[in-house]
Design a binder for this molecule. Structure first.
Ligand SMILES: C[S@@+](CC[C@H](N)C(=O)[O-])C[C@H]1O[C@@H](n2cnc3c(N)ncnc32)[C@H](O)[C@@H]1O
Length: 221
């Protein structure tokens, strides 16, 4: 993340500025934790394809990986620069017909339709947004039998951006799950906080924790 320590108020402005200074290759590989969860719980889009939605896709590592498996992916971000890079990456990989970059400030608008798989990998932002509301809207977009997968930071590596705060605290996975207010008709497939080894910009490593929440609308697969 950016080392900008001023409190940003506008998502598009903040993230455009961020991506203007980021190596276009950053974030073009899928997130390992998301790969593990999706491979275990939604290994393929099924006969006739399936619709996936990736929220806060950044440079599209997760979106392109899903498309490579056959998913028809709507890749959403607030940054036009990031989405241009997603489109270029999809074209370069021969996946342009299955990756649909779509610009939304998710605090203000959300893609139409129902999706068999909705993912949000590290959808964090220093800009104040109604994040829980966005994630509840993400759950609403899941089709019957479909899966919502959230992978998010539960701790920060020493090199991570902190907005000037040393004591950043994250909710636990149970709190994140509760905040979705799913009600009946959902099956919890994953709700835990596994550790992983993260690698920093200079090649340094640290143990970090992720929140992993995977919920299926309807009965277990
Ligand atoms: C920490 S990055 C994660 C990017 C990517 N999912 C990954 O794992 O590499 C958060 C992403 O969310 C996007 N984002 C932040 N606020 C947003 C908003 N209000 N609407 C849509 N996208 C937003 C940012 O532009 C950024 O690409």
């Amino acid at each position: 993340m950016s080392s900008d320590t001023t409190r940003a108020t506008d998502s598009a402005a903040f993230w455009e500025n961020h991506y203007a200074g980021v190596d276009p290759q950053w974030g073009t590989r899928p997130n390992a934790v998301l790969v593990e969860v999706v491979t275990a719980l939604a290994p393929g889009p099924g006969v006739g394809g399936g619709r996936a939605l990736d929220l806060g896709c950044g440079h599209g590592g997760d979106a392109l990986w899903l498309a490579s498996l056959g998913w028809d992916v709507t890749a959403v971000d607030v940054s036009a620069t990031a989405l241009d890079r997603v489109a270029a990456g999809a074209a370069g990989a021969g996946l342009a017909d299955r990756v649909h970059p779509s610009r939304h400030d998710l605090a203000r608008s959300f893609p139409d339709g129902a999706f068999d798989l909705v993912t949000a990998g590290y959808f964090h932002t220093p800009v104040e947004i109604p994040r829980e509301q966005v994630l509840r809207r993400a759950a609403e977009a899941v089709a019957l039998g479909g899966l919502l997968v959230l992978v998010e930071h539960a701790s920060l590596a020493p090199w991570s951006w902190r907005d000037g705060h040393e004591d950043v605290r994250f909710p636990g996975p149970d709190d994140v799950l509760a905040s979705l207010r799913l009600g009946d008709g959902w099956h919890t497939e994953r709700c835990h906080a596994p550790e992983r080894t993260a690698t920093g910009p200079g090649g340094e490593t640290a143990t970090v924790t992720d929140n992993v929440i995977a919920v299926r609308r309807g009965r277990p697969a």
